[in-house]
Design a binder for this molecule. Structure first.
Ligand code: BTN
Length: 313
């Protein structure tokens, strides 16, 4: 958000403050204060003008300025009511040299999932892509998928939904004994072997979405369906971004956080990998995100693949 606009909001948050007061605090003209107040009202902020000044009385439910307001993470927000794909837009921004930007949308018309699948993204979800430029080798990039999974799981639990992580990149919740998908993560990157140029972590959260609007083969549900009431998408998005920013990539911290939420560890799994199928018990995760599977004969470390949780025998 425009820096002065942010400061105007901060000034009137505990309201009422007079226009001249704000102008002198921020070292801008009274006309500029008025313009910012009007722009904020247009963006959906409710600002009362009383005899003793302006007071903030309401914040919009969702959108760019709403998420940017009081966000405790160093990202600019680019918001779209509807866009083909936030990952595609974030890649465009990467090509233009941008960094530390979150592309956020209410609806995607061409959402993309892993393995070139379509990702259904109706209005009411939280569809976002975080673009950043970490100073790490390409091989370390899976750790950002783990960080995103931890961030969304923590936010879901804070919102009262007992979400769990399925390796490598799904966040699920159990409904009537069945695991249903709440969130998918698609991480893309570009760079040289020894150094990433940019990373885009795309996170698709079925927030306030009717599960009937999602294809049945996706076996999906939504936060609102599980809670029985809508989730505050503004706060939820902020919590995801704040945790993603602070959970860090220190191997022990991130792996411990992931283990705490993982549904895959201790389960029998079947993993389709480019080199064939692996079956066994998932016993641990290794940096930067490989699953350790005990096949009964040996322990194998699987870097990537499509994982199914098998029912206990
Ligand atoms: C999966 O297949 O499980 C990953 C789905 C990732 C979907 C998200 S929604 C936001 C971002 N934009 C996209 O087009 N895809 C990702």
């Amino acid at each position: 958000m425009h820096e002065t606009r942010e400061r105007v909001l901060a000034a009137i948050a505990d309201g009422p403050v007079s226009g001249p007061d704000i102008a002198s605090r921020l070292d801008v003209s009274r006309a500029a204060v008025w313009k910012h107040v009007e722009a904020l009202r247009e963006a959906g902020f409710a600002i009362a003008s009383e005899d003793d000044g302006y007071a903030l009385t309401g914040v919009p439910d969702f959108g760019g300025p709403a998420v940017a307001y009081e966000l405790d993470a160093p990202f600019e927000i680019e918001y779209h009511d509807a866009i083909p794909s936030t990952n595609a837009r974030a890649r465009e921004l990467a090509d233009e040299g941008a960094s530390d930007v979150v592309v956020l949308a209410d609806e995607q018309t061409g959402g993309r999932g892993r393995l070139d699948r379509t990702w259904h993204s109706p209005s009411g979800g939280i569809w976002l892509s975080v673009l950043f430029r970490p100073d790490v080798p390409m091989a370390a990039a899976p750790v950002f998928t783990l960080a995103a999974a931890v961030a969304v799981t923590r936010a879901a639990r804070e919102a009262g939904v007992e979400a769990v992580i399925k390796w490598p990149n799904d966040v699920l919740v159990e409904v009537d004994g069945e695991e249903r998908k709440l969130v998918g993560i698609l991480t893309e990157m570009e760079g040289e072997a020894d150094r990433v140029s940019w990373v885009v972590v795309g996170v698709g959260i079925n927030a306030n979405v009717d599960p009937d609007a999602l294809p049945s083969e996706a076996n999906a549900t939504s936060l609102s369906a599980v809670r029985g009431e809508p989730v505050d998408r503004r706060r939820f998005t902020q919590r995801v971004l704040e945790t993603f920013d602070t959970v860090g990539t220190d191997p022990e911290t991130i792996l411990d956080a992931w283990r705490e939420y993982a549904a895959t560890l201790g389960r029998r799994v079947r993993i389709d990998t480019p080199d064939g199928e692996i079956r066994g018990e998932a016993v641990d995760i290794e940096y930067p995100g490989s699953l350790v599977v005990d096949t009964g004969e040996k322990r194998v470390t699987v870097a990537a693949g499509d994982c199914d949780h098998l029912r206990p025998l």
